[in-house]
Design a protein. Structure first.
Length: 285
């Protein structure tokens, strides 16, 4: 059973969450979608994965958030904080899941946002990052991508034409052109945040640079042949977490590209999802 609610209302945008409630006292997963903070929505989360986690005894809150570049980068982060606060407070009017057992989970950009919650004042109980990243100022994001430059090159005019030119929290597929342009030219930072890669204002938004002993237990899952987010991003995060004594595991999906979980029935992927459930049951006790 799914219920959809508005968890945040801005002047120009209603931001929604789908809630899959599994009963009183259940732990709850807050899930955030991929899309480079530029495109995508909660509807991209595969039903088979939702079913997997709800069958494992988790309630699930699957959210949208506003998208760049029409929405300021810092405002996107505020949406994530507001979603966590909504789950902890307002949502309890309708759902009595255990907010002390809140897990934040996401893929790619959603994985990045999930890792960022570990640096916030109010932290989740655990974090699961699928092919996410902890360093947004690394060369992989600030230099042109050789992989994406093999595709037809887009001009900035092409890219801007693909946008909505208004505040949105649901990003249609055409917006991928803007993401491609950003990666082809190595200008994701400038276009999404409005800052240059060497701007010190970016540092608070690099989770790998702000790991400490209070960081939540974190599970990282990544394909070692990822052509979008380098596998090394999860390795770097894993090593930093280990250095600080944080409970963490890195699950490497052999010979797998980005969004490896689309092959959900693959034996290696199934084993990875069993690892997620085991990790969460261990750290939510």
């Amino acid at each position: 059973m799914k219920e959809t609610r508005v968890y945040k209302q801005t002047e120009n945008c209603s931001i929604h969450a789908d809630i899959y409630y599994q009963g009183a006292g259940t732990p709850v997963i807050l899930y955030m979608h991929s899309g480079g903070l530029i495109l995508g929505s909660r509807t991209s989360y595969p039903a088979e994965q939702i079913e997997y986690f709800t069958n494992a005894g988790f309630s699930l809150v699957n959210i949208d958030y506003r998208l760049a570049p029409e929405t300021n980068f810092e405002s996107i982060i505020e949406d994530v904080q507001d979603a966590m606060e909504w789950v902890r407070t307002t949502a309890r009017q309708w759902y009595d899941f255990d907010v002390e057992k809140l897990v934040v989970m996401g893929g790619s950009a959603g994985g990045y946002l999930s890792l960022l919650t570990g640096t916030m004042d109010v932290k989740p109980k655990a974090i699961v990052s699928f092919y996410g990243y902890g360093d947004i100022v690394g060369e992989w994001y600030t230099k042109p991508s050789e992989f994406y430059r093999r595709r037809p090159l887009f001009t900035r005019e092409d890219a801007v034409e693909a946008l909505d030119h208004k505040e949105v929290s649901v990003g249609e597929a055409r917006r991928f052109i803007f993401y491609l342009y950003c990666r082809q030219q190595g200008v994701w930072i400038q276009e999404v945040t409005g800052w240059k890669p060497d701007d010190e204002r970016l540092l608070p938004y690099c989770p790998v640079k702000h790991v400490d002993e209070k960081y939540p237990p974190t599970l990282l899952l990544h394909g070692d042949q990822d052509t979008d987010v380098p596998y090394e991003q999860s390795v770097l995060m894993y090593e930093k977490l280990k250095e600080k004594g944080v409970d963490t595991e890195l699950v490497t999906i052999k010979d797998a590209d980005h969004i490896f979980d689309k092959n959900f029935q693959d034996e290696q992927v199934q084993a990875a999802f069993r690892k997620v459930v085991d990790f969460l049951h261990t750290h939510l006790k």
